[in-house]
Design a protein around this ligand. Sequence first.
Ligand SMILES: [Zn+2]
Length: 74
Amino acid sequence: MASDPCDGCGRPVKIPGGIANVWTFADHRGTGMTLEFEDGSSHLLCYPCIEALPEDPTDEDVAALEDPGDREEE
Ligand SMILES: [Zn+2]
């Protein structure tokens, strides 16, 4: 089982088997999944972050999850 930091909050996200098997998460109690956005980027996110995102999330929405008001260097 893979475990990588959430792109939103930085918490470890467990994904069973990695990206190739991401769609099986419901059967393996993973704590998050990789989302592909319409702009072509993809982000590993935990379920709380996924639920916090709007319906059509963008990179900016992910950045906002991390630490609102403290992302000026990008
Ligand atoms: Zn998160």
